[in-house]
Design a protein around this ligand. Structure first.
Ligand SMILES: Nc1ccn([C@@H]2O[C@H](COP(=O)(O)OP(=O)(O)OC[C@H](O)CO)[C@@H](O)[C@H]2O)c(=O)n1
Length: 320
């Protein structure tokens, strides 16, 4: 049996399908810098990581699609170069021979408004939201959440969703700089302007999708730029209403794995109901010559993640 951890048995079973993964490319044509916490960021090198990812995915020749977990261009990109920068990264993804499913992150929204960003990423719902689902095979469904549905970034200033987000931040974060977690305790440290929430309509949509998946006996993989479990992520990176989303997910047995980005160091946990949460290591934080991308082999009872470089391989065996 195959294993992402390098252990192999006698029988090699073919996966049902496979897909590529990469997160937080955050490319910009600017000198290297550091995160707020001092972690080095290699803005020009990150697109080389993406190029090597696409090369690997094409060479493998057995992937059905790839998923980009968001933040394709960095917020420090000069605003008059945002469009060309986002297009440059999207064009690298287009060199992959199969479909690429994108999701939006905070840095995407620092660069472009939703009205310009979503058509480039081929997310075309028509209402400005960026959640959707797809079925690569009849037995599996992927749900892509819009973690910035309720957000202080990305919607126009007077938009009801901007107002809702600002009201929540006003209550939850007393700091003048709403990106600062200073003084916030424990899980409350997630109430930062660079995070967001899944809105009521999207929660109802998620509930409907999981109900349908259950009746069709489909296994579900939930994808979101923002992590959904405190065990897999720092508190500062969590979706504001991760608890409400997980309440919907835990109502059903169909969700086996949740995948995300945003917390650049990566992480893994198994939550109280046995669901795996994997946070992908960021392409942006790979020192020159190193990588962070991978691919996933999907079976009936597990996902095997094969990471390259800083993206850690792991076996995600379903517990139910
Ligand atoms: N403790 C912090 C962290 C960040 N900021 C400021 O918030 C803005 C966005 O931060 P940034 O690190 O660029 O966001 P990423 O999406 O790249 O990374 C995700 C986080 O690391 C998750 O933990 C930026 O203006 C920062 O300076 C802050 O004020 N205080």
């Amino acid at each position: 049996m195959g294993s992402a951890n390098g252990f192999t048995g006698l029988q090699v079973k073919k996966p049902l399908f496979s897909f590529g993964v990469i997160s937080d490319v955050q490319y910009a044509d600017i000198p290297d810098g550091r995160s707020f916490l001092g972690v080095p960021r290699y803005y020009r090198h990150s697109i080389l990581v993406l190029q090597r990812a696409v090369k690997q995915w094409n060479l493998l020749n057995n992937l059905s699609f790839a998923i980009n977990f968001g933040d394709i261009a960095d917020g420090f990109c000069p605003k008059d170069r945002s469009m060309e920068t986002v297009c440059k990264v999207v064009n690298e993804f287009k060199k992959f021979r199969c479909p690429v499913y994108h999701m939006i992150g905070n840095h995407c929204l620092y660069n472009l408004p939703r009205s310009e960003l979503l058509p480039l990423l081929k997310i075309q719902r028509g209402d400005g939201c960026a959640y959707y689902d797809f079925c690569p095979v009849p037995g599996y469904r992927f749900v892509v959440l819009d973690g910035y549905d309720i957000s202080a970034i990305g919607w126009p200033p007077g938009h009801p969703k901007t107002k809702q987000a600002m009201q929540l931040l006003q209550v939850k974060n007393p700091n003048t700089d709403k990106n600062s977690p200073v003084g916030l305790q424990g899980l409350d440290r997630r109430f930062l302007m660079f995070n967001g929430a899944v809105g009521e309509e999207q929660l109802q949509w998620l509930d409907g999708v999981l109900q349908e998946a259950t009746s069709l006996k489909q296994k579900v993989v939930v994808c979101c730029h923002l992590p959904l479990d405190p065990g897999a992520s720092t508190e500062e990176a969590l979706l504001w209403n991760f608890d409400e989303v997980m309440e919907v997910i835990h109502h059903y047995n169909c969700v086996k794995v949740c995948l995300s980005g945003h917390d650049h160091k990566g992480g893994h946990s198994i939550d109280s109901r046995g669901i795996h949460h994997k946070v992908f290591e960021a392409a942006l934080e790979c020192p020159p010559g190193t990588d962070a991308f991978g691919y996933v082999d999907v079976y009936d009872d597990r996902l095997l993640l094969f990471g390259t470089g800083r993206l850690e391989s792991c076996d995600l065996y379903f517990t139910h």
